[in-house]
Design a protein around this ligand. Structure first.
Ligand SMILES: [Fe+2]
Length: 303
């Protein structure tokens, strides 16, 4: 009797799983495989306006772990309702060795479905990354440790926060001085503001960069390094984020701090971003599909 009941339950759960996946498959991006992890309902907090600039953010990904893959799967699922074109990487793109095989197991295999759908990745170098990464085609760094690129009305500045030397600072100032883009977003590895215990704020870096960001109207700064999510209360009019748990996590690492607006350190996550005119929308989503933060940034008034 018990055996019969068990069989019924197994069949029922298989049917349920199949139905669940079938429903999920309808919302999956063209050509994308259905994720093997359980489907969570997709809850989008972004407007998905025609012609908007849409992108994702991941940080500290390069572990090659199952959980990194689960975050990637969740990104694929969300891309079916939020078709983003590119992904910013906050550094620590490859932990440990960096052989051709590592580029595959810790990056291109993990994000295969996105790469196959022509999603472009733009990397920055973390403290675990060798400079050779600048020549890896899929990171779109074009041989440069720091670089600028434009998407619609947004200028992106990828900096190398491992070595914030005079040359790089001068380059940044020169570029910003002539930049008339509606939005300016910087991304690099070490956070000028962070409430995480493991690393916390890089105050030296803040001292160098913050005056430049203020002077030239940087709108948003995206970073990693601490394996958590944190949204910082605007500092001198600038919005700082820590998104360093795309492939590694430090559970419970965020300590209370006067500049924390919102934090999440219970699971890994990624972010989605959308620029619509003078508004910049964001959503942080956990590995299991939980929305852990969302909001909109109205373009700051620049001097
Ligand atoms: Fe790091």
């Amino acid at each position: 009797m018990n055996r019969i009941l068990a069989s019924v339950l197994i069949v029922a759960s298989l049917v349920f799983a199949t139905l669940g996946n079938a429903t999920y498959a309808q919302t999956t991006a063209k050509g994308a495989k259905v994720a093997s992890s359980p489907a969570s309902p997709l809850k989008l907090s972004l407007p998905v306006k025609e012609g908007s600039v849409r992108f994702a953010v991941i940080g500290d990904t390069g572990s090659g772990s199952d959980k990194q893959r689960q975050v990637a799967d969740e990104m694929v699922q969300y891309r079916s309702v939020f078709p983003f074109d590119f992904v910013l990487m906050m550094g620590d793109n490859l932990y440990g060795s960096e052989s051709a095989k590592d580029f595959q197991t810790k990056f291109s295999d993990v994000y295969k479905q996105l790469l196959d759908n022509n999603v472009k990745f733009y990397a920055t170098l973390g403290n675990h990354d060798l400079p050779i990464q600048v020549n890896y085609q899929n990171f779109n760094m074009n041989g440069k440790e720091y670089y600028r690129f434009k998407k619609g009305n947004i200028a992106f500045y990828s900096l190398n926060s491992n070595y914030m030397d005079k040359k790089q600072v001068q380059w940044l100032e020169t570029e910003l001085a002539k930049d008339t883009s509606d939005w300016k977003i910087a991304f690099f590895h070490h956070p000028p503001y962070s409430s995480a215990a493991a690393h916390g704020s890089d105050e030296q870096l803040r001292e160098v960069l913050e005056p430049i960001f203020v002077k030239y109207g940087m709108n948003v700064v995206l970073t990693g390094h601490d394996h958590v999510y944190e949204r910082i209360k605007p500092q001198k009019g600038i919005y700082y984020f820590v998104s360093g748990a795309g492939g590694r996590l430090r559970t419970g690492d965020v300590k209370s701090s006067p500049f924390t607006e919102k934090s999440f350190d219970r699971d890994m996550h990624f972010m989605l971003w959308e620029a619509v005119g003078n508004n910049l929308y964001f959503q942080a989503i956990s590995r299991t599909g939980e929305t852990v933060d969302s909001g909109v940034i109205a373009k700051q008034k620049t001097k």
